[in-house]
Design a protein around this ligand. Structure first.
Ligand code: DGT
Ligand code: MG
Ligand code: MG
Length: 265
């Protein structure tokens, strides 16, 4: 077909194909969720419904993008790890990040009423998204450890902050002052000695965040029942599994050798 004289403008598009043989992480994060969580009356410091909505939106992304081997989420963010040799969208960074981010956002809005039936959405939320490449397994594990350590640090701080306000009758300013310069041991001690809270007994979803993995289920499927063509075949179905565990230490990775080793299809 003849090309129009305008066709040349295509050359202005930049090529953003990601390096081969590297882990691709797409991280999405809520835009101004400080305001969003306030306006929608999220529980402080953690809203279980909000976190569940984030995870179900992430699961819908995983179901659509089969090359995602694992997703990790906490607060208003989710990281999607795509297998090293994915050829999805020719590894084009903007195509990957924008499609994943927009599917996450639309799922979040679509699923909202399931989690907040009593609270209509007040305005359309937005998420940013980026692709980051990690060339080695160590880099990838360190990346995920960084996000889980961030979850822990923020959650310990926020648990203290809101306990001081809700149970200790502190003002936000006073709570901030009390926590200034404290290390994690001090915060654990404050919770235990003043409020009888053992931080380690706080729900794992808050302390560890959420990891989504593929669960492979072997099934027998029968077709042509009652006819001479009846046959039963074994099929593997993949479902998304949600866990709230430590992913920094070696245990998780030795329990799931398929993640960093051979690919999951
Ligand atoms: P950004 O990402 O630069 O557009 O700005 P924010 O405000 O989204 O900041 P970010 O992503 O660093 O921090 C997440 C905010 O979301 C933080 O202010 C706390 C809030 N948030 C996240 N999950 C919850 C929750 O379960 N409950 C409440 N109350 N707030 C939450
Ligand atoms: Mg945010
Ligand atoms: Mg965030």
């Amino acid at each position: 077909m003849a090309k129009s004289k305008f066709e040349y403008v295509r050359q202005f598009e930049t090529v953003d194909k990601l390096l081969p043989n590297s882990w691709i992480v797409v991280r999405i994060d809520g835009k101004n969720f400080h305001k969003f969580s306030d306006i929608h009356g999220f529980e402080k410091p953690n809203d279980l419904r909000g976190l569940s909505l984030m995870s179900e939106s992430a699961a819908s992304v995983m179901t659509e993008f089969k090359d995602i081997i694992l997703a990790y989420g906490q607060s208003d963010e989710y990281s999607f790890v795509m297998k090293k040799d994915t050829t999805q969208y020719g590894r084009r960074a903007s195509k990957l990040s924008t499609t994943i981010t927009s599917l996450f956002s639309s799922s979040f809005v679509f699923l909202w009423p399931k989690f907040f039936s009593d609270k209509p959405l007040q305005y359309p939320p937005a998420f940013d998204g980026r692709c980051v490449l990690y060339p080695s397994n160590k880099n990838l594990r360190d990346y995920l450890s960084w996000r889980q350590a961030d979850c822990h640090i923020n959650n310990l701080y926020n648990t203290c902050f809101w306990t001081l306000i809700k149970q200790g009758s502190c003002s936000p300013k006073e709570a901030e002052e009390r926590l200034k310069g404290t290390v994690s041991g001090d915060k654990n001690e404050l919770l235990f000695s003043e409020f009888n809270i053992n931080y380690n007994n706080e729900p794992e979803i808050f302390r560890k965040g959420t990891t989504l993995l593929w669960n492979l289920v072997e099934e027998e499927v029968t077709s042509g029942q009652g006819t001479e063509f009846e046959k039963t075949v074994k099929k593997t179905r993949r479902t998304v599994q949600k866990i709230h565990k430590d992913i920094i230490g070696n245990n998780f990775w030795t329990e799931h050798p398929e993640l960093l080793g051979t690919e999951v299809r």
